[in-house]
Write a protein that binds this ligand. Structure first.
Ligand code: HEM
Length: 232
């Protein structure tokens, strides 16, 4: 038992925690994007999908708590690892080292913390549906939107939500940072668990880059389509 705790507190143990929690969070991001893209299939599809997700509150809360736990473990391990790395390397690197590391890899902690702020805003915007978060004319309340079937009108909420250019701009910025984070994180996930070895290392890097771009394009297509008039 002591050795398990010892491992979890070691630098390698924390890398494993980051890899596993990162993989679960990535799976959520992919599933969430596929769910959201149903907006292009019309209100019936996306409202039905949202109603289905909310039809089993126990499962929904279990998933929410699991996701929150993954996010907390991922962030806490990242901060601890960064402290451990700094303690092991008291002198700052010279310029030569900085050139060798990619921009994404050097900004992982920062992009991760900004993504966290983005998620808090996103939850206030759509899940809590706080009127002050939508930056629309006073009285616009997403919680009051219902379709003809009496379901929460998630379709209209998204169209209204992204019709504000500042809100859409903030989402696009959030997606850019998420994808920068994923472009490095996905490949270091394989490295942490010892799977990034020749001859597959280049393939893993390419997978990470492509997945990050797909998430960026897929997610940004929604606010951009709305700004261009979709759903009006
Ligand atoms: C443009 C991209 C995105 C769109 C269009 C979008 C859309 C939505 C919508 C409409 C909801 C509310 C669903 C409902 O109340 O029925 C939601 C909830 C949520 N979103 Fe997103 N989302 C996007 C990106 C993201 C990203 C990148 C993350 C995480 C990194 C994320 C995490 C969440 C979470 C955790 C919830 C709460 C789910 C729950 O109710 O438990 N979203 N999203």
């Amino acid at each position: 038992m002591n050795s398990v705790f010892g491992f979890l507190h070691s630098s390698l143990g924390k890398k494993y925690i980051m890899a596993i929690t990162g993989a679960v969070l990535f799976a959520f991001v992919v599933a969430h994007m596929l769910g959201n893209l149903q907006i292009f299939l019309g209100p019936e599809m996306i409202n039905g999908y949202a109603a289905f997700l909310k039809s089993k509150p126990e499962l929904l809360w279990l998933a929410r708590i699991g996701l929150l736990l993954m996010a907390v473990l991922h962030i806490v391990s990242a901060i601890q690892l960064s402290r451990m790395n700094k303690a092991a390397r008291p002198l700052a690197y010279g310029n030569a080292r900085i050139v060798a590391a990619s921009y994404a890899s050097r900004t992982m902690l920062m992009s991760g913390l900004i993504i966290f702020t983005f998620v808090i805003y996103h939850l206030l915007h759509f899940t809590v549906a706080l009127p002050a978060a939508n930056l629309l004319p006073a009285g616009t309340d997403f919680r009051a939107l219902h379709d003809t079937g009496g379901r929460h009108d998630v379709y209209r909420m998204m169209i209204l939500g992204y019709s504000n250019v500042w809100v859409s701009g903030f989402y696009i910025l959030g997606m850019a940072l998420l994808c920068l984070h994923l472009s490095h994180g996905l490949s270091s996930m394989f490295q942490s668990v010892g799977l990034k070895q020749r001859p597959y290392d280049k393939l893993i890097d390419r997978f990470a880059q492509s997945a990050a771009w797909i998430i960026f394009i897929g997610n940004c297509s929604i606010p951009i389509a709305v700004l261009l008039g979709y759903g009006k």
